[in-house]
Design a protein around this ligand. Structure first.
Ligand code: G
Ligand code: G
Ligand code: MN
Ligand code: NA
Length: 253
């Protein structure tokens, strides 16, 4: 409850901040987009990660207010980052899909902040898609019709049903970092088989595939050899405030 109270005051005091992590083309390293990731600049505890507060935010229902605040900050901060092209992604809590107002509200936010919906992708997890397929389908089609693309996050950690890929208007699959971590190491046969299967599937369906959590050149090379197009991870860049990417010039896809 103490944390819940602090979350409330964090919203009031504007302590949340979007960080951005580049998503790159594996072969030539150029940035194609950024994932927006929430951070909490806590007055006493310093920079807090989602693992430190997201569960409480979800359980208390505060995640909706926090997310809307975060999405607005992210679209505002990212305008300069994607001026010359590329996209940003927002992580969407499953809760939002219970709300009929979610899609119109997100589109209104892009209009208010001047952010091009065609440069926005939302990241949803398999768990979200499982929720209420009819409602989820309506929301996703509404956003898709307005140009917002849909990414399936943490792929492989949930049910990984091929039905999702068939049913929903997806543009991008993000392979969970648990499958990337063993690549380039010694005992990689099983991870490699799974990653290869996902890459083959996404390729034949015309979806973008992003490997998450790439930390070493060996992992990157293994993924290139398997035909993976895009990647994300500490090897290419850690999450930073938008100003960092503007300043380094890496920010222009
Ligand atoms: O930044 P980090 O890797 O610690 O993020 C961990 C998880 O927190 C991510 O998997 C992501 O799903 C979630 N997350 C990050 N930013 C947001 C956000 O703005 N809103 C929601 N709902 N989840 C987020
Ligand atoms: O669930 P989601 O994929 O949205 O989570 C993204 C999280 O992964 C962020 O919290 C981010 O900080 C973290 N992350 C990004 N790149 C790497 C990486 O190369 N290694 C590890 N261990 N974590 C990463
Ligand atoms: Mn994500
Ligand atoms: Na992920």
């Amino acid at each position: 409850l103490e944390l819940e109270r602090q979350l409330r005051s964090a919203l009031a005091n504007d302590e949340f901040e979007p960080f951005f992590q580049p998503i790159v083309c594996l072969v030539d390293g150029h940035t194609v987009g950024y994932e927006a990731l929430i951070r909490w600049q806590h007055p006493e505890r310093g920079l807090l990660l989602p693992a430190d507060f997201l569960q409480v935010a979800e359980d208390s229902g505060m995640i909706e207010d926090i997310d809307w605040h975060m999405y607005r900050l992210a679209c505002t901060a990212a305008t300069a980052l994607v001026r010359d092209g590329g996209f940003i992604t927002l992580n969407i809590s499953p809760r939002h899909f219970r709300n009929e107002d979610f899609a119109p509200r997100l589109l209104a936010l892009t209009a208010q902040t001047g952010f091009n919906p065609a440069q926005l992708r939302i990241e949803v997890t398999e768990g979200t898609l499982l929720g209420d397929p009819e409602a989820v389908t309506r929301v996703l089609h509404h956003l898709h019709a307005a140009g917002v693309q849909i990414a399936l996050d943490d792929f492989g950690t949930g049910y990984s049903s091929l039905g999702y890929i068939h049913r929903f208007p997806l543009k991008m699959i993000k392979i969970d970092r648990s499958f990337v971590e063993p690549l380039g190491g010694e005992d990689t046969q099983r991870s490699r088989a799974i990653v290869e299967a996902v890459i083959a599937l996404t390729g034949s369906l015309g979806l973008d595939v992003v490997a998450e959590g790439i930390e070493t050149p060996a992992q990157r090379q293994a993924l290139i050899d398997m035909g993976c197009t895009y990647g994300q991870g500490f090897l290419f860049g850690r999450p930073h405030a938008a100003g960092h990417w503007r300043a380094t010039g890496n920010g222009h896809p």
